[in-house]
Design a protein around this ligand. Structure first.
Ligand code: MN
Length: 254
């Protein structure tokens, strides 16, 4: 049976400018994530961030895998910092929901695929920290990581570690990717290894130290928006759905 993959959604506050118009409140999941999962053979389910932490277990019972999507900044309180002036929009209920979701998914050993904010949430949930704002905090010759061109256009290169699973999946050592972030990993969680960096040294992809024990992989770029650019980005979705399928059959056998 096709694995059921939860895709995190956001709230209207995440959509800039929309708040100026009286559109009412809504939950929003970018279609690219949902289609990425469906194309890879998974059954996508959108997860609204209105589920309280007490109900996360019930939600996870119906899932075989989890995609953590992009969006607003994660509150720096989760890594013990106060906000700097350059920090962007945060959505407290989304932060709380996703931190609880990750905790529950880890306990169940659900395969997790993090994208952009998703990579940042995973790193912080497992003890790491973030740059709240790359241009003001990273120093040196930091690249432009917040591109102003459409999401399907790659703007900077990443160097991929060929010995990592991410390297295996992408099948490429250098890759041009899009870049829609002003935050990035600062201190990497001990549970992860770096799989790709941009030319300035910013971490662009990570995976769990022991992927056979817990399948967790995350990229800083928006892989979902580059599925037409070549097989690499689609391969990430396929590898995740495959891992979710293996997890589901192991659970059925137990
Ligand atoms: Mn980037």
């Amino acid at each position: 049976m096709a694995p059921v993959i939860g895709v995190t959604a956001t709230l209207r506050d995440d959509v800039e400018k929309v708040a100026e118009r009286p559109l009412g409140k809504f939950v929003r999941a970018d279609l690219d994530y949902v289609e990425g999962v469906a194309e890879a053979g998974g059954v996508p389910v959108v997860l609204p961030p209105v589920v309280g932490p007490e109900s996360v277990d019930a939600l996870l019972d119906g899932l075989n895998g989890l995609v953590l999507s992009g969006g607003s900044d994660l509150s720096p309180s989760y890594y013990g910092e106060e906000p700097v002036p350059e920090m962007g929009i945060t959505i407290p209920e989304r932060d709380e929901f996703e931190m609880a979701l990750v905790e529950g998914a880890l306990l169940r050993g659900l395969p997790i695929f993090g994208i952009c904010r998703g990579l940042q949430v995973l790193n912080v949930a497992l003890g790491g920290s973030l740059y709240q704002d790359l241009p003001t905090q990273f120093g040196g010759d930091v690249l432009k990581h917040r591109q102003e061109t459409p999401k399907w256009q790659p703007t900077h290169e990443v160097e991929v570690d060929g010995s990592s699973l991410v390297g295996d999946i992408l099948g490429s050592r250098t890759l041009k990717v899009n870049s829609y972030h002003h935050q990035a990993i600062k201190d990497l969680s001990d549970e992860f290894v770096v799989c790709a960096r941009s030319g300035d040294g910013v971490i662009e992809a990570i995976e769990a130290r022991n992927m056979s024990e817990c399948w967790i992989l995350a990229v800083q770029w928006h892989a979902e928006a580059m599925r037409e650019a070549g097989p690499e980005q689609r391969n990430l979705f396929e590898a995740h759905v495959d891992a979710a399928e293996r997890h589901a059959s192991r659970r059925a056998a137990a």
